[in-house]
Write a protein that binds this ligand. Structure first.
Ligand SMILES: NC(=O)c1ccc[n+]([C@@H]2O[C@H](COP(=O)([O-])OP(=O)(O)OC[C@H]3O[C@@H](n4cnc5c(N)ncnc54)[C@H](O)[C@@H]3O)[C@@H](O)[C@H]2O)c1
Ligand SMILES: [Zn+2]
Length: 355
């Protein structure tokens, strides 16, 4: 599916794409050397097949391993990777291929944005979150001790190949967390996503390939449409933050080590639905539907142990909270809008219901 916009890139979704690299890869005319950026976990599972495919495509492949985990998104990792690229040496007409979750695509994307002032990158996302979100849209970056994603750049990949067969090896918790992000797309733009998940939550959690392929295609389509629309009327991109205002606050309050991102977003969506109903903006029953959908997917809908005062502080500290706290609220499945500065007492009351 082509992604609309001035720097359009193709996103292909389907099972088995990593086995068809020679046919699918848009090898830049002069590319000879390729840095395959991945981590040891993903390399063990899928690296050999991908390296073979790249070699069959005529590329001289150099594997560059980064550590596994969010802490790998650091300036230290960048230094190590840049040194490896200069040892290869990787030229400006060469290629970077990212194979992994959002951590790997964010690092490799940033390296590609900056190496020789920009080289081509192809993303092969291997987590559900990376396939529906991180690898699509061109945002790249690393963290500083002072905050997440503080150093970054926009750099569109030349192609994204989302091989949904790779999702079969994901730990089940990662698949569930990715589904949290998928549910978000359902509430803000594509209610059919909700219907699909309500019909077979167990199949989604188990990684049924056809279902996941359908969900990834739908998620990517929503992200592409929203990002493209934002180029015309600024602000639509903010709707992608459904469930994220509270989600980010929860992640930061728990030092990013208690909830996976999609789990925190799940709690955020329950909160947003209750807020919307209390404000009379969301259709009645939305919050109940949210809880009934997320529960069978194994995503949290309660059990939040956090002092509302600390949550409020984290909400107002959020780097995106420029003019005050802003929430995305779903009016009815498939439609969303922004609510600025809701009453703090109301926010506190709803936070208590999440305990
Ligand atoms: N650039 C963007 O627009 C954007 C959007 C959303 C998230 N992100 C970033 O993405 C990152 C989170 O990404 P994530 O959730 O994919 O986490 P992750 O990259 O850490 O991957 C999760 C775990 O799964 C492992 N893994 C990956 N693929 C696997 C597979 N197929 N089989 C088995 N294990 C596999 C990884 O090694 C890791 O241990 C965050 O740093 C976030 O900031 C970026
Ligand atoms: Zn997210």
């Amino acid at each position: 599916m082509p992604l609309p916009g001035p720097q359009a890139h193709e996103v292909l979704v389907g099972p088995g794409l990593c086995g068809r690299l020679p046919e699918l890869l848009p090898v830049p005319a002069h590319a000879g050397r390729t840095a395959l950026v991945t981590n040891a976990t993903v390399h063990t599972l899928h690296g050999r097949q991908v390296a073979m495919g790249l070699r069959d495509a005529g590329l001289d492949v150099h594997e560059v391993l980064v550590p596994d985990g969010e802490h790998a998104k650091s300036l230290d990792t960048l230094t190590v990777v840049y040194k490896r690229l200069s040892a290869i040496p990787l030229g400006r007409d060469d290629l970077i291929v990212a194979l992994g979750g959002g951590v790997v695509t964010d690092i490799a994307g940033f390296v590609a944005a900056t190496w020789h002032r920009g080289v081509a990158v192809v993303h092969l996302p291997t987590t559900l979150l990376a396939q529906v979100d991180a690898a699509v849209g061109g945002k790249t970056g690393v963290n500083l001790p002072e905050g997440k994603n503080l150093v970054g750049a926009f750099h569109q990949p030349s192609t994204v190949l989302a091989d949904t067969a790779t999702l079969a090896t994901l730990p089940v918790r990662e698949r569930r967390a990715g589904l949290g992000e998928v549910v978000k797309y359902g509430f803000i733009a594509d209610p059919e996503v909700l219907v699909l998940l309500e019909a077979c939550p167990a199949a989604a959690v188990a990684g049924a390939p056809d279902l996941l392929t359908d969900l990834v295609v739908r998620g990517v389509r929503v992200k592409a449409e929203v990002v493209a629309a934002d180029e015309r009327e600024s602000g639509r991109r903010a709707l992608l933050n459904y469930g994220h205002t509270l989600g980010h606050a929860i992640e930061s309050l728990t030092d990013y080590n208690t909830y996976r991102h999609g789990e925190a977003v799940a709690l955020g969506m329950v909160f947003a639905a209750r807020l919307g109903e209390r404000l009379g903006v969301s259709e009645p029953g939305l919050a109940q539907r949210t809880v009934s959908l997320l529960g069978p997917l194994g995503l949290p809908t309660g059990g939040l142990r956090a002092d509302p005062a600390r949550v409020w502080e984290a909400l107002t500290r959020d780097k995106k909270a420029r003019g005050g706290v802003r929430f995305v609220v779903c009016t009815r499945p498939g439609e969303a809008l922004l609510v600025d500065q809701p009453d703090r007492t109301l926010v506190d009351e709803i936070l208590i219901t999440l305990a």
